[in-house]
Design a protein around this ligand. Structure first.
Ligand code: C2E
Ligand code: CA
Ligand code: CA
Ligand code: CA
Length: 275
């Protein structure tokens, strides 16, 4: 490798320092935002094959005075590292369950709410009990709740994961595997774990209507899921041509900008009325 000059070395050190300082600032701003419940939750519809909204995914948003609007892609990993993910998740889960209970009361008893659960949380031994407590507080039946987990979560401690999933299932909460096809896990766990739903990752949906093998992969995922009796949700649907392909393949639900962007809770009633 090329030896770095002294000046260059200093430059890198300074860059690191700037990054470290910014991280620290972001970290404490996030801590404050969570404590002050300054985060918000937006809702993106999931639509069935008949074009009707059947549920929503809750997605967290952070509008920081200091940093502007920060993407969850940036602050979720930070929250995972600094131990804030638990508080953040309970905030989102509580908001989402209260919203879903309100939709039920307003004449939409079957609308489902999906909440993202980070891998680190999944290893907490009382996850199921905590979820149960939130459902009870919100007055939401477990059947209206879906938890979206990523493949990685099923890897680590298999016994632990099986136990937690089993408890959630027994309560009646559905489990969806998010971003399916992007992880490192083997397909074997799909049979082993009590999963209900598979979400085809946006990267495959993006290519399902073009030549590049996207269709073959999407078709394989859908048929694998169906042969295991899983429902299939296609995420990131942006084009009518993608929807047509996914519909023909037999996907049960669709989510993406083609239907609607994530929206604040206040816009959901109008959205539902318009469909
Ligand atoms: P995800 O769970 O895969 O969520 C879907 C992401 O794709 C969302 O981005 C959504 O706004 C975006 N999206 C939906 N439809 C389309 C589309 O048609 N085209 C494109 N290009 N994008 C679309 P968002 O809200 O920025 O969230 C990014 C990721 O951050 C999520 O990916 C999820 O992994 C994580 N995340 C968001 N909210 C939470 C949360 O409350 N808890 C946890 N643990 N993670 C969250
Ligand atoms: Ca998700
Ligand atoms: Ca996803
Ligand atoms: Ca994704």
């Amino acid at each position: 490798a090329k030896k770095l000059g002294k000046g260059q070395f200093q430059f890198y050190t300074e860059t690191l320092n700037v990054e470290a300082r910014e991280r620290l600032a972001l970290d404490s701003a996030l801590r404050r935002a969570i404590e002050e419940e300054a985060l918000s939750v937006v809702y993106q519809p999931k639509v069935n094959a008949r074009g009707r909204a059947c549920g929503f995914e809750a997605l967290v948003r952070w509008e920081s005075a200091e940093f502007g609007s920060v993407s969850p892609v940036r602050f979720i990993p930070l929250a995972e590292e600094n131990g804030l993910i638990g508080q953040l998740t309970w905030f989102v889960l509580r908001q989402a369950c209260h919203q879903a209970a309100a939709w039920r009361a307003a004449g939409h008893p079957d609308l489902r709410i999906a909440v993202n659960i980070s891998p680190s949380l999944f290893r907490e031994k009382d996850l199921a009990a905590l979820v149960g407590a939130v459902l009870e507080e919100a007055g939401l039946p477990a059947a209206n709740l879906e938890l979206e987990i990523t493949e990685g979560m099923l890897m680590g401690d298999v016994q632990r994961s099986l136990a937690v999933l089993g408890e959630l299932k027994a309560m009646g909460v559905d489990i969806a595997v998010d971003d399916f096809g992007t992880g490192y896990s083997s397909l074997a766990y799909l049979k082993r774990f009590p999963i209900d739903i598979l979400k085809v990752d946006r990267s495959f949906v993006l290519e399902c209507d073009s030549g590049n093998g996207g269709l073959a992969i999407t078709r394989a995922i859908v048929s694998l899921a169906h042969s295991l009796n899983l429902r299939v949700v296609a995420e990131g649907v942006e084009q009518q041509t993608q929807l047509a392909v996914l519909n023909a393949l037999g996907c049960e639900e669709f989510q993406g900008y083609y239907f609607a962007r994530p929206m604040p809770a206040g816009q959901v009633a109008a959205y539902l009325a318009g469909r």
